[in-house]
Ligand binder design. Structure first.
Ligand SMILES: Cc1ncc(COP(=O)(O)O)c(C=O)c1O
Length: 385
């Protein structure tokens, strides 16, 4: 008898993890694989952050902290939002979590009742719909299109709103598209939220990795917003597991209670290191951003030159989401072929929703040399297609 819960079975697998596993298998068997499938920075965590963690461990910062997080870190988050965006965040409204991922559970757990709807983009980061469904909610995808820079059409967002809509999920810069919502998009979404009484949930994890100007926070445009953010990407801290939720006041205590029960707190010495990251590692963020930008400026024209279509240049995160239908419309099959036949690992667009079918996601969180090698392989592979 099949005893696995319907809830667990409803979670869709993240296929890119299968690509990762197969890429590792091939590497272990002696093949050289160019790894462009995963969004994990190739930089090591900046020294100043590592040293802070070492000192904190030495000092015995190894126990539980307050569930909501260390006061110093919450103050540093307030100061960061003031310096970067000119907005006032009360540290009381910040809950520190073990990455942005658990912050999604706090957000949707505090906001949604079963049957409530959350508007997401299609394509988008796949965990959103899984968190929403797992908690009994209904993800409502709204299509975004490559030729429109993957920005929402506001009329389509409006049409998707029902009496059950609780929030619109946004992610700028975006995974997998590398697209950025401009101030006019954020202002329009903020106005819609205020008009309709729904919330904006803004995943700002790729802030700091934007190449056409500073990132803009949704909090510059409205208070009807939750912010998710974390240290994984801009600070090259994926394995440290540190993030946070900034919530409207009435949701703070409920979210904190979820955190207390399910996670207790984030790691003590990691929180100390995160405080130092915000206060002292902005130069490192700028250095890594410049390197990502150099890779992006190489990769976008190089992928176009091998035949892929990139309608609007991506200006954030470290992804290029390219239309690969010239090579085949089944992105899963195509990514499998590229891995086995060309030795290049990429993420299939279908992983990010039906709107991603026919696309491939190339991550440039890998060195320029390896990107160049990957493009060489794609070029010779495509000549045989
Ligand atoms: C858009 C987006 N949000 C959240 C996450 C999860 O980040 P974290 O490591 O902070 O849990 C990722 C990771 O790839 C992501 O791409």
């Amino acid at each position: 008898m099949d005893e696995v819960s319907r809830r667990a079975k409803a979670i869709r697998p993240f296929v890119v993890m299968d690509v990762v596993a197969r890429a590792k298998e091939l590497t272990a068997a002696g093949r050289d694989i160019v790894r462009m499938e995963i969004g994990d920075p190739d930089f090591s965590t900046p020294d100043v952050i590592r040293r802070a963690a070492e000192a904190a461990m030495e000092a015995g910062d190894t126990g539980y902290t307050q569930s909501a997080g260390l006061p110093d870190l919450r103050d540093a988050i307030r100061d960061h939002y003031a310096a970067a965006y000119g907005v006032t965040v009360d540290p009381e409204d910040v809950i520190v979590t073990q990455g942005t991922s658990p912050a999604m559970l706090l957000l949707f757990g505090a906001l949604m009742d079963p049957g409530d709807e959350v508007i997401i983009s299609d394509p988008c980061y796949p965990a959103y719909s899984n968190y929403i469904s797992f908690l009994g909610g209904v993800p409502v995808p709204v299509r975004v299109r490559a030729e429109e820079g993957f920005r929402f059409r506001m009329s389509e967002v409006r049409d998707a709103i029902t009496p059950r809509t609780k929030a619109i999920m946004i992610n700028s810069p975006a995974n997998p598209m590398g697209a950025v919502l401009g101030p006019e998009d954020l202002a329009a979404l903020a106005a819609l939220a205020e008009e309709t009484g729904i919330w904006i949930a803004s995943d700002e994890i790729y802030h700091g990795l934007q190449f056409d100007g500073p990132s803009r926070s949704i909090l510059e445009f409205t208070d009807r917003a939750f912010v998710l953010n974390g240290f994984s990407k801009a600070y090259a801290m994926t394995g440290w597991r540190l993030g946070y939720l900034i919530a409207p006041r009435q949701f703070v205590r409920p979210a904190e209670i979820i955190q207390q029960n399910f996670f207790l707190c984030a790691n003590h010495f990691v929180q100390v290191a995160g405080t130092v990251a915000l206060l002292e590692a902005q130069g490192d963020v700028a250095r890594m951003r410049a390197e990502y930008d150099a890779r992006r400026r190489y990769l976008v024209p190089a992928l176009r030159e091998v035949g892929l279509t990139i309608a609007v240049e991506p200006t954030g995160a470290f992804y290029v989401f390219a239309d690969a239908r010239c090579w085949g419309s089944d992105s899963l099959a195509l990514s499998g072929r590229l891995l086995e036949e060309a030795g290049v690992a990429v993420a299939p667009g279908i992983d990010f929703g039906p709107g991603g079918e026919g696309f491939l996601r190339f991550s440039y969180a890998t060195s320029l040399d390896r990107l160049q090698e990957g493009v060489r392989r794609l070029r010779s592979w495509s000549q045989g297609v």
